[in-house]
Design a protein around this ligand. Structure first.
Ligand code: G6P
Length: 608
């Protein structure tokens, strides 16, 4: 999983490529490199490590040229190293290739190419592409790339340049994202739209098994078998400024503070003035919602935690049985899915390989596929029978925050919509829900205003090495999410646990060095979680309670409390999440970790 970019036009390519790579760095940052064509030669610069290293190299040894490709890498085949950094070249150093994806049959291809005399310099799967293109190159780069890709198994989004055809870039995709930015006298290819937003807002999607010949004035798409393809371009509504930090120290903090707006945006048009829910955009007819007899939710990472909340919601509100699975497990357990099943795939990026594969698996068994996704035109949305977009805007911080909240909102809408349609939600309940969820942005604002309280808590706990998060019922996934946030960005070991399970294992870990955070809003199970906290305190652990406003007892039970506005128990997970995001953020910031790009992680994991 990596980011690719390519530029052809009248400008110098290097600044545009570097700018694009900076916006794609969330996709991986093990190494970076660029190659440009200039005066009949191929020049490249690449290095292991973050983009800033490449930037410094280019300051010392500038490259010029108006055609080029670039890459930021998240290593899959071959460790992060200078040799394994992209672009990769052929034997004659005439062709350069950048690639996101995995060539699954690369060992076989490499063996064949080596036997034919090709010399490899890296351990990557990508290098076979450069040599295959060299092998098939007669007088036409597009044909050579097509021929090469016909021999390739696996996933790819590639950009290819050759000194023999300096007026073009050839790009192609299969199961990895690729999009074009169409400018005036210049065109840009990239893994993701933000890479070209400063230059153009006119975009064009490339589909699986398509190639595109890009010159400075046009982009011609054709299939892998050679048929020409007509494709409309579209205008991107995102503003490049949305992807900037807007005065916050980190994108993650900015994104946490955007959450009131994100909730409001995700509700817009879906809640009517007379307190009804409209999900017409999914294209799902009422009959379909009534016919479903089982729901499966598949997702990874933070989106999986949203899915776990979704299970509680859909079962409680719509009275439909729900199974929620990690996408990477779902496809390998032969799930019992049929045409009466609804599969909900949740993914911020819409490109997560495991989620895509699970969704496809369910579809192949006849299920209807509804996706909850943040990226328009992403692979998942194109596979889906219907899409409910989260309107969170670009999320740059690798640790998901605002998109999680937006996913929850989408799941509330689905639960109440289906529940009402199926006769399980009386008018009065629907009315109450619609009125209360409209207040959520204001409640989140109130939490954010008190962020200094969390900052102070963070100071007390930044030196801890272990943390336990407890929740019950619908708060259990929030405990998992809180622990995930902390470990992702602060590298502190943290476990989320169903509070009732604590006595079956984690209690053995507890002593004065292991703080325990409990998510304890007023509502069902409040007394039970307080009992769990008493067990913890009896073992000398320091306790933190995230509790509802007006809970006057809480201060007697916890060493530290943070209060969130009171709301209905079912809606409380949204509010409970925000202090946990802030706590993880401020602890990580105090520790000085790379909050927006934590080590070993990537924003979007497009390999299995
Ligand atoms: C990566 C990210 C996580 C994210 C997960 C699923 O691991 O670091 O933050 O939750 O992928 O991504 P998706 O785009 O499918 O929501």
């Amino acid at each position: 999983m990596c980011g690719i970019v390519g530029y052809i036009g009248d400008k110098q390519a290097v600044p545009v490529l570097m700018d694009g790579l900076r916006r794609l760095e969330y996709r991986g940052y093990d190494s970076a490199g660029i190659a440009v064509l200039d005066n009949g030669s191929l020049h490249e610069s690449k290095s292991v490590g973050k983009l800033s290293i490449l930037e410094n190299m280019l300051k010392d040894h500038p490259l010029s040229g108006k055609v080029g490709i670039g890459h930021t890498r998240w290593a899959t085949h071959g460790r992060p190293s200078d040799d394994n950094a992209h672009p990769h070249s052929d034997c004659k150093h005439e062709i350069a290739v950048v690639h996101n994806g995995i060539i699954e049959n690369y060992m076989k291809l490499k063996k064949m190419l080596v036997a034919e005399g090709h010399v490899f310099v890296s351990e990557t799967d990508t290098e076979v592409l450069a040599h295959l293109i060299e092998k098939y190159y007669e007088d036409n780069l597009l044909s050579a790339v097509r021929h090469a890709l016909q021999n390739v198994e696996g996933s790819f989004a590639i950009g290819v340049i050759s000194i023999r055809e300096p007026g073009c870039i050839v790009a192609a995709r299969r199961y990895s994202p690729l999009v074009l930015g169409l400018g005036e006298g210049e065109n840009i290819l990239a893994s993701d739209i933000p890479a070209f937003l400063p230059y153009t807002k006119e975009a064009m999607l490339i589909n699986d098994d398509e190639l595109v010949l890009i010159t400075k004035d046009k982009a011609e798409i054709s299939t892998l078998s050679g048929e020409p393809v007509e494709r409309e371009s579209f205008q991107v509504l995102w503003d490049a400024k949305m992807a900037e930090k807007g005065g916050y120290k980190h994108f993650m903090l900015k994104e946490i503070f955007e959450q009131p707006q994100v909730v409001a945006d995700t509700l817009t048009g879906r809640l009517t003035d007379d307190n009804r829910i409209s999900l017409a955009e999914t294209g799902f007819q009422d009959e379909l919602w009534k016919k479903i007899n089982k729901v499966f939710i598949v997702a990874c990472g933070t989106a999986y935690h949203a899915g776990m909340v979704g299970k509680y919601l859909i079962e409680e509100i719509a009275r439909l049985p729900v199974e929620v699975d990690l996408a990477s497990e779902f496809r390998y357990r032969n799930p019992i899915v049929d045409e009466n099943s609804l599969v909900i795939a949740i993914s911020q990026s819409g490109e997560t390989a495991d989620t895509l594969a699970a969704a496809k698996e369910a579809k192949s068994k006849g299920a209807k596929l509804l996706s909850i996704c943040n990226v328009m035109g992403s692979s998942l949305t194109r596979e889906s029978d219907g899409v409910l977009y989260t309107r969170a805007g670009i999320e740059v911080g690798v640790a998901a925050t605002k998109t999680f909240i937006a996913q929850l909102i989408a799941l509330y809408l689905i639960s109440y919509y289906a529940g009402h349609l199926r006769g399980n939600v009386p008018e009065a309940d629907l009315n109450a829900f619609c009125s209360e969820i409209r207040r959520i942005p204001r409640y989140i604002d109130q939490i954010l205003v008190s962020h200094d309280e969390i900052k102070n808590l963070a100071k007390l706990f930044q030196k801890k090495t272990d943390f336990l998060y407890l929740g019950r019922n619908i708060q259990y996934p929030i405990a998992l999410e809180g622990a995930l946030k902390l470990k992702e960005i602060s590298y502190i070991h943290a476990e989320g646990y169903a509070a009732g399970e604590m006595k079956h294992g984690p209690i053995a870990l507890i002593d004065e060095n292991v703080p325990v955070l409990a998510i304890a809003p007023r509502g069902p199970n409040y007394d039970k979680i307080i009992s769990n906290i008493k067990e913890v305190k009896a073992r000398d652990a320091e306790s933190i309670g995230v509790v509802s406003d007006g809970d006057n007892e809480a201060q007697h039970h916890f060493d530290h409390i943070f209060t969130v506005p009171g709301t209905s128990y079912l809606l409380s997970p949204i509010l409970m999440t925000v202090p946990l995001q802030l706590l993880a953020y401020y602890i990580a910031d105090k520790k000085g970790t790379d909050v927006d790009q934590p080590r070993n992680l990537a924003k979007s994991v497009t390999v299995e």
